[in-house]
Design a protein around this ligand. Sequence first.
Ligand SMILES: CC(C)(COP(=O)(O)OP(=O)(O)OC[C@H]1O[C@@H](n2cnc3c(N)ncnc32)[C@H](O)[C@@H]1OP(=O)(O)O)[C@@H](O)C(=O)NCCC(=O)NCCS
Length: 212
Amino acid sequence: MPIVSKRASRRADSPRSERLPPSYNIAMQVGLDHFRFRLATHADIPRLTALIDASVRGLGRQAYSPAQIEGALGTWLGLDTQLIADGTYFAVEPVADPAVLAACGGWSRRKTPYGSDHRPGRDDALLDPRSDAAKIRAFFVHPNWVRQGIGSRILALCEEAAHAEGFTRFEMGATLTGIPLYRHHGYIEQERVELPLANGESLPIVRMTKSA
Ligand SMILES: CC(C)(COP(=O)(O)OP(=O)(O)OC[C@H]1O[C@@H](n2cnc3c(N)ncnc32)[C@H](O)[C@@H]1OP(=O)(O)O)[C@@H](O)C(=O)NCCC(=O)NCCS
């Protein structure tokens, strides 16, 4: 029986939680100290891929059609292994069950703003912290563990790490499902971008920015 945190107890009555499919409202509601936040390694790749798939299929449908989700998975929405190689991608494990991953997310000192290894038009050139914004990249929480502050904790870790390298501005291409998290942390919507998908659909995302 999971320990229910104050935050989780409060959420049980929250109108927002009612927007999630019923199965997600019984998310494993435990405190953040029940999770281990660490840098992802290449050994995590199979579990990261499965996590991203579950997150996008489970949560993405709140804003995107099945065709958009299928068209975007593996190209615009997916794993960028350059972030693992750079040591800028976090994996989150439940302490009680480190065999599964609850979430992932990271940041980048490189120009590619979003997307997986297989997105078109990658640019892995380094950013200049004096003039460029660090990229906040690829946040995915498993549907079982949403709205417990995990995304927020990863975001804080990313901002701290980027700030330590001299970045004073952050930006991301937010999915429509990601906007409330980033808005909650002071990011401002700048422009909507339609990413073309191979199946003829497009995926709307929003560029969001924040100054440290
Ligand atoms: C977006 C996502 C990463 C958020 O992760 P999370 O761990 O659930 O976020 P947090 O618990 O830290 O949320 C912090 C705050 O952000 C806001 N927020 C987060 N998700 C929200 C939602 N679905 N609806 C409304 N507000 C939301 C709330 O203000 C929340 O605080 P509260 O729960 O006390 O009300 C997660 O929903 C997800 O993985 N979505 C699918 C993949 C995706 O779209 N990723 C973003 C890529 S850019």
